[in-house]
Design a protein around this ligand. Structure first.
Ligand code: GUN
Ligand code: ZN
Length: 647
């Protein structure tokens, strides 16, 4: 089974999974098919919604003589008449719901293999939120034992090994880690249905994060039993690739409509607030009056339309780099979900999520409320200000937030400072926190839209960061031109704001000292005639950097890479590749994960990087698609897109 990342945002990803029966683009849903009662057949689903994968239950097939016979003779694909990919579950959930039912953990895995399931599931032991820790530890131990025995029997079926551990973060993480050590192909996060039924989304967030922390990042992750689209954006942003839904039928049976913002009962709908083919065909009144069975099917279809539509929106948000915005918008429509986002304000969770967060985005960052300021990319930029940026002078002058770009808004005042060559740093007290003036065009400082009045919590948080940033610094506030009087002008050393911008941006993007290394020579800066913005930077007439108009960050040129390679010690900024791959990369081919042997742990998705061989010879410059742990785990797909090779 091949699984590779194609695009990403937050800790979410768009991946391509290939099974024996085709390829699937994730994140997606596996509609639950009950082989005894197919309200909508898989074939019909494929036609209506483009369904590429479904899930059915091997235990239901196993215990029904007739179904078992057909499945063993003709295969599960024939049984449910679907030629796409089929995942099977094992009966764990039935054991949990109905109590004492007899299933042999070995027999059920062999059965799934024998009926030709593409992805089978071990008979994990369901852990519930109310169990004691010692009980959960036993359950997890048994689940891991079963997984170890099951992988030996899987044949050419991919095997899903479920992470259990109830609400105990440490047990979840340990279970995930243990399961990642054995030959499993797919990781459902199990035991979470009771949490979702009771809208315990904060607990759910912890379950996902701690499972993810222990899991091999190169394998698909499935949130078992999650079928309500309300939870999808958040779960995807935390790294879930698959969901499964019987919700579409269960809710339809009760005449309930799924929506991204929640659930509505038909009896409470005056009009159908949806434009899917079903809701376009009937008025609410007409639908109420039709035959019960047809009504259930029609509502189930609406439920699937809405579910697939939300997944399309999520995948679009990943491509556009605004998944957190979608997460926050959805959370703003449900108080339990909103509460759950508080989990993401914890520093340990921010640190974990930051590793997967792309460093540049196509779209501006939109404020949606109190959670925006806690996004991992804002956490990162604040951290980098503390660790990578450094002030050139002893004194800093602080301006209040004006209009963007700040350097234009304050151009008159700034020119006074520069005319006198005052040795002063200029800092903006912005709603994103401190912004050194020379970084005002860099993402997200320029590419963020905040309302004039922000909420008090954000304001308090920002004040704290600002105060920390100027602590022990000599700062003064601008009160008019007289502020500058006490500063002697420096006649010898002329301050060049463009060079300052290039230098500080390079430090923020590549690490402290990068600006100095790249700008060590005769510098020429080329600007756009149309916008006046910096475009290309030459050092001793060699093109070293290009500044991107969309995010004010650099594309690293090979000559710039050579300078960074010389001044930054191994492994900083490096992706180390196998000798076999080096030849191809020198030809301009991209770097595939399986050829990466080491990588700078500080590199993040979409960062510029130096591609080197085992002897640390620079062979190319490129853009990472993955972070270090991913590069070292994935066997398929691209790790770095090569831009310029040294040959
Ligand atoms: N379906 C819903 N939850 C679970 C679970 O925890 N394990 C399995 N195998 N199936 C499920
Ligand atoms: Zn509809």
């Amino acid at each position: 089974m091949k699984f590779e990342i194609k695009d990403r945002d937050a800790a979410g990803r768009i991946c391509k999974l290939s099974t024996k029966h085709g390829t699937i683009i994730t994140p997606t849903i596996l509609p639950v098919i009950n082989p005894n009662k197919m309200l909508i057949t898989p074939k019909e689903m494929k036609n209506l919604f483009g369904t590429e994968i479904v899930i059915t239950n091997s235990y239901i097939i196993f215990k029904d003589k007739k179904l078992k016979k057909i499945a063993l003779a003709k295969g599960v694909h024939k049984l449910i008449e679907f030629n796409g990919s089929i995942m099977t579950d094992s009966g764990t959930f039935q054991s949990y719901v109905y109590g004492d039912i007899k299933i042999d953990p070995i027999e059920i895995v062999e059965f799934q293999r024998d009926i030709g399931s593409d992805i089978g599931t071990i008979l994990d032991v369901f852990s519930t939120p109310d169990q004691k820790k010692t009980e959960v530890e036993k359950i997890v131990k048994e689940t891991i034992n079963r997984a170890k025995k099951s992988v030996k029997l899987k044949g050419d079926m991919a095997l899903a090994c479920t992470v259990q551990g109830s609400i105990y973060s440490d047990i979840r993480q340990k279970c995930a880690k243990q399961l990642s050590k054995i030959d499993s192909d797919f990781f459902p996060i199990g035991g979470v249905v009771p949490l979702m039924e009771n809208q315990r989304y904060s607990d759910l967030v912890r379950c996902i994060i701690y499972s993810k922390k222990g899991l091999n990042p190169s394998k698909p992750v499935h949130l078992f039993g999650a079928g309500h689209p309300l939870i999808f954006p958040l779960a995807v942003a935390l790294g879930c690739d698959f969901f499964d839904s019987s919700a579409y039928v269960k809710y339809a049976n009760d005449e309930r409509f799924l929506f991204p913002w929640g659930t509505e009962k038909l009896e409470n709908l005056n009009e159908l607030p949806c434009s899917c083919p079903i809701c376009s065909k009937y008025s609410a009144n007409e639908l109420r009056k039709i035959d019960k069975k047809i009504k259930t099917i029609e509502i189930a279809k609406h439920n699937l339309y809405v579910t697939y539509l939300e997944l399309k929106k999520i995948r679009n948000a990943i491509v556009n780099g605004n998944l957190w915005e979608l997460v926050e918008k959805r959370a703003n429509s449900n108080p339990y979900l909103l509460e759950a986002l508080k989990e993401l304000r914890k520093k340990e969770n921010k640190k974990f999520l930051e590793q997967f967060e792309p460093t540049c985005k196509k779209k501006a960052l939109f404020y949606t409320g109190i959670n925006t300021i806690h996004r991992p990319d804002l956490f990162r930029i604040q951290q980098r200000l503390f660790t990578r940026y450094f002030e050139k002078y002893d004194t800093t002058i602080v301006f209040p937030e004006g209009k963007k770009p700040f350097s234009q808004f304050y151009s008159e005042k700034i020119s006074r400072i520069f005319k006198r060559n005052c040795e002063i740093n200029i800092l903006i007290d912005s709603s994103l926190g401190p912004v050194p003036l020379e970084l005002d065009e860099m993402y997200p400082f320029a590419q963020s839209i905040f309302p004039e009045l922000i909420d008090l919590e954000t304001e308090k948080y920002i004040i704290k960061i600002f105060d920390d940033f100027i602590k022990n610094k000599n700062t003064i506030c601008w009160i008019g031109p007289e502020t500058l009087k006490e500063f002697k002008s420096n006649k010898n050393d002329c301050i060049d704001f463009d060079i300052l911008r290039v230098s500080s941006t390079a430090d923020m993007q590549f690490g402290r000292g990068a600006g100095k290394s790249i700008l060590n020579g005769n510098i020429r800066i080329l600007k756009s005639k149309k916008t006046g913005k910096i475009r290309n930077i030459f050092c001793n007439e060699k093109h070293v950097l290009s500044m991107r108009a969309e995010d004010g960050m650099f594309t690293l040129k090979l000559d710039g890479a050579k300078l960074l390679h010389k001044s930054f010690k191994y492994p900083k900024l490096r992706v180390v590749v196998d000798d076999d791959a080096a030849l191809f990369i020198k030809d301009g081919k991209s770097v595939f994960s399986k050829f990466v042997i080491e990588c700078d742990p500080e590199l993040r998705p979409f960062d510029e990087c130096l591609i080197v061989d085992k002897n640390d010879e620079l062979i190319a410059v490129g853009r990472c698609l993955l972070n270090r742990i991913e590069m070292l785990s994935f066997n398929y797909g691209m790790a770095v897109k090569t831009r310029e090779a040294s040959n």
